[in-house]
Design a binder for this molecule. Sequence first.
Ligand code: PMT
Length: 398
Amino acid sequence: MATKGKTIVLGITGSISAYKAADLAARFTKDGFRVDAVFTESAMKFASPMTLRNLTGRPVVTTMWELSTEFSVEHVALSEAADVVLVAPASANIIARLANGIADDMLTCTVLATKAPVIIAPAMNDNMWANQVTQDNVAKLKKRGFIFVGPAYGRLASGKMGLGRLTELDEIYGVTLQVLGKKGDLAGKNIVVTAGGTQEPVDPVRCLTNRSSGKMGYAIAEAARNRGAAVTLVSGPTSVTKPAGVKVVDVKTAEEMLKAVLDATKKADALIMAAAVADFRPARASGSKIKRRELGDLTLKLEKTPDILEQARGNFIRVGFAAESDNVIANAVDKVKRKGLDLIVANNITEKGSGFGTDTNRVTIIDSKGKAEELPIMSKYEVADKLLDRISSLLKKK
Ligand code: PMT
């Protein structure tokens, strides 16, 4: 991940969801970030500084007046070290204090003094969130450039349903990576990625589809977002969580994917077709469910779907994937030339840990001249980063 080695100051405030900050801290630490947790007085009633200390392997700040921590000498040291300040969960109280420039503990001092971006993930009772005074404070902070994630609608500490829940950790995590990657090598670039398999209807119940999980395309979308790109992800049906900070266009059929890709590439710098588009569809889909008892054998007449890569042309980098089971490189070289692509990613789908549904992939990246770069097996996110390295250098030459 390009953002490794950066410092996230994680502010934790008094909310029943404070324990969830531990999950976030563990995730960021695992990714290689330095996480410095700062507790407010009331946060310590809900979550344990010891847990955060162990998960981050770093001193945890619980007061401004403790001489033995490395931050207490200079009460703004954390504000300077921060690449981003993330307050999660953020109570109504901290939002009010930040909106009014109060600086009476380590977290408020850090936020007031920092030049780093500040992300706020609110969590509170729904009436407290809806209260005009909170909304005015939020508007004030937004105007000053603070980034808000959530809150979400759902079950609250009071037991009732409402808007005020700490939003999903995946979303907070995604937005934080996006903010950290804002000035990455793909900043200012529009990248369109396709993912998943298409579904071609046979009747209202059945369809023709394939085994694509969407993981490869989603990993590319996330990696591009984390390097500063504005990403549009055209996605076939999948169960993969939608990445935060990415524009997702849901489609089902190849025809719908074609329309979405042609629309999204009007302003694109690159198109990456990781989707497994069905090559054929029933020539005529039945409007009502085909009944087994009314038929002997069933013969389906199939016709070709539109070739999206063929039709999506313009002043942008075009990258295809080639899912192959034999003559992998030769077939991919043929495809890159025939379709006039800038790059193709050859995927041996019969290899263990590679291809459909896996978390890892083993690919060879082939350029327009047929020159191949063979990569070892790695996570789909790492494959995405390697591919984006190649796209980034092609974009620089444009
Ligand atoms: O989703 P996962 O489970 O993570 O699996 C990843 C993957 C195996 C699906 C992915 O790595 C991959 O190889 N995707 C391309 C699969 C494929 O359709 O390959 P193909 O050789 O049939 O097609 C070649 C290229 O043409 C692809 O970029 C495809 O998106 C594109 N295509 C295909 C058919 C069509 N009608 N229009 C197209 O644009």
